[in-house]
Design a binder for this molecule. Structure first.
Ligand code: COA
Ligand code: ZN
Length: 317
């Protein structure tokens, strides 16, 4: 299997995850989680979003969270914005990178940001201007890149034309988001084959949700196509409030464990990450979908049952 030597993980749990939590998570607890994630050596954290507080009340404290976190050199702190107003807020709050969002599906875009794709793209022009004038790199995510829970198939030519517009605005990276876990690995390969050859120099990120247990297989397919940036959320938190059936992102510690087991570097301390997942489960008050926090790493060993130990001892060496 041909694997990259190194992969960059972006933790999105405090944004994509917390945004769907029904009970307000106090600002100091959000700050604590970002600081714990920072301490694992996480290279990128999407801390929060600067969206309408009416649309996502959970993240209404975005400024206070950004102001409260302790930054580590070597970690880049970003936030999601839907429009130029969000970009102004994010720049003022001191984010390192701006993440924008538009959907490849008309119906999901209307549900998510209350405007047609064309209006979103026009707003994102202004958004990118704000970010680039402030010297902040822009990474543009495309929701429902591989399928829409309302419309089904998303034609690749539509995806291509949206990428073209976003790259034209100066996006350094494009995030292909499988918002409701509809993609399969063969499809991920096929779509990337179209895009990677066509847009040289773009940094591709795969943003997965594990709704149908295909997130890690899809990541492996993307890695085989040369993609080395992946979003993930601690414990497997998450889901889009504006996409029915959406569930959590690929779980960060499960992904980092898989990469570690295969010898792919991430720069992340896996044991520390598992401890953060346990803390987040305490905070949200439920068991999260991640498997490694339950099973332990593959190197975990158990004592032999009594009878077996005795019988092994009888066997000639
Ligand atoms: N931050 C804070 N407030 C914002 C904002 C932003 N980025 N953008 C708009 N608003 C405010 C406006 O100032 C206005 O406030 P007012 O009612 O007090 O005058 C109000 O929101 C409505 O503004 P409008 O431009 O008409 O937006 P809208 O109601 O059509 O909503 C979005 C559009 C994009 C702002 C909203 O749908 C949104 O924030 N969506 C985010 C969805 C999301 O986070 N999804 C999950 C991640 S993919
Ligand atoms: Zn998502």
């Amino acid at each position: 299997m041909k694997l990259p030597q190194r992969v960059t993980v972006c933790e999105v749990g405090t944004r994509d995850g917390f945004q769907i939590e029904p009970d307000f998570i106090p600002t100091d607890v959000k700050i604590e989680v970002v600081n714990l994630l920072t301490a694992t050596g996480m290279p990128r954290i999407e801390v929060t979003s600067f969206v309408s507080p009416k649309a996502v009340p959970q993240l209404k404290d975005a400024e206070a969270v950004m102001a409260g976190i302790a930054r580590r050199p070597g970690t880049r702190y970003s936030a999601l914005v839907p429009n130029d107003k969000g970009a102004v807020r994010a720049v003022d709050a001191g984010v390192d990178d701006i993440h924008t969002v538009v959907s490849a599906s008309e119906s999901h875009n209307l549900a998510n940001v209350n405007m047609p794709i064309a209006d979103s793209l026009a707003k994102l022009e202004a958004t990118a201007q704000v970010a680039l004038r402030a010297g902040k790199p822009v990474y543009s995510g495309i929701s429902c890149s591989f399928g829409c829970p309302f419309e089904g198939d998303v034609p690749v030519p539509r995806l291509v034309s949206i990428v073209e517009r976003l790259v034209g605005m100066g996006a350094r990276g494009i995030g292909l988001a499988d918002t409701t876990g509809m993609a399969n690995p063969a499809q991920v390969s096929r779509v990337l084959e179209h895009l990677v050859a066509r847009f040289a120099g773009v940094e591709w990120t795969l943003h997965t949700h594990d709704t149908r247990a295909m997130a890690i297989p899809n990541i492996l397919a993307a890695m085989a196509m040369g993609v080395t940036h992946f979003d993930a959320s601690i414990g497997g938190l998450g889901g889009c409030p504006f996409a029915p059936g959406a569930s959590g992102n690929v779980c960060t510690e499960d992904l980092v464990h898989c990469l570690w087991a295969m010898g792919v570097e991430t720069g992340i301390d896996l044991d520390a990450l598992i401890a953060v997942s346990k803390r987040v489960q305490e905070i949200v008050g439920r068991v999260l979908p991640g498997q490694i926090a339950k099973a332990g790493k593959w190197t975990r060993r158990y004592p032999l049952p009594d009878g077996v130990q005795a019988r092994l001892g009888e066997r000639p060496a």
